[in-house]
Design a protein around this ligand. Structure first.
Ligand code: BTN
Length: 245
């Protein structure tokens, strides 16, 4: 486990808070998303949570790697039942992650970049990778918690709770995050207007001229599927995947 062993209490705290829930705390995983997918395929119930101290093959969106050293990041995956419109889950997860982290940052607001990156002071604090299964969806969240520094290739683009002045251990972040996920993920089925309003209020994307792949335009809204609606020179276009630049 981490040098500071700040995940030591997590399994016991989670068992007290959520009796009956499968909550695995591992020293190492290739990817916690893979562990959660495997467990789901083997019959685990929705609500399953997997946390690892470090990942040897942490994944980000678009085939990128997720920097996953020991003792620094929170690497958490949960398995949920798919709502009728599954593409709402990444936005609901973004709102939950934003809510869990926003109150921890004394230095300024957190912002969401479509679809679900959490930014602070112009640098990425947390990312989300959702992967669909026949029985549901695995939502994987990486939060940079205690990194005092990043490798040179990430220094300009990544930040952590510690670097932002927040003093909190990974167990506390994990408990806050699961509370927020429990509150927001079910609303993907029951309260899309609520998710859309919360996402829009936290968004650093809406109202800006952005480029996603080859499409450039002003981001005006999320549609009912969670796609980003752009007003472009040739009319309205919806974007379902990609990186906002
Ligand atoms: C991104 O911003 O590109 C998404 C990053 C998602 C990282 C998390 S860490 C926990 C889970 N396991 C993984 O391999 N990826 C996600």
């Amino acid at each position: 486990m981490a040098e500071s062993n700040d995940l030591e209490a997590l399994a016991a705290d989670a068992a007290r808070r959520w009796p009956g829930r499968t909550f695995q705390v591992l020293e190492e995983a290739g990817s916690t998303n893979d562990v959660a997918k495997e467990a789901a395929r083997a019959g685990a119930l929705p609500g399953l949570v997997v946390v690892a101290d470090h990942q040897s093959a942490g994944r980000g969106r678009a085939g990128r790697a997720w920097h996953s050293p020991p003792g620094a990041g929170l690497y958490l995956s949960t398995f949920v039942a798919a709502p009728p419109i599954a593409t709402r889950i990444p936005l609901a997860a973004a709102v939950a992650t934003h809510e869990a982290l926003a109150a921890l940052i004394p230095s300024g607001p957190l912002a969401l970049k479509w679809p679900n990156d959490v930014f602070a002071s112009g640098k990425k604090l947390a990312g989300i990778l959702c992967e669909g299964l026949a029985r549901g969806i695995v939502v994987g969240i990486g939060v940079n918690v205690a990194h005092a520094s990043f490798p040179p290739e990430l220094t300009a683009t990544a930040t952590s709770l510690t670097l932002l002045g927040a003093r909190i251990d990974r167990t506390s972040v994990a408990l806050r995050l699961v509370d927020a996920l429990d509150a927001w993920l079910p609303r993907a089925a029951s309260d899309w207007p609520g998710i859309r309003a919360a996402w829009s209020a936290a968004s650093a994307t809406l109202g800006r001229t952005v480029r996603v792949g080859t499409i450039e335009g002003t981001a005006t809204a999320l549609d009912d599927d969670g796609a980003l609606v752009l007003d472009t020179a040739t009319g309205r276009q919806r974007v379902v995947a990609g990186d906002v630049g």
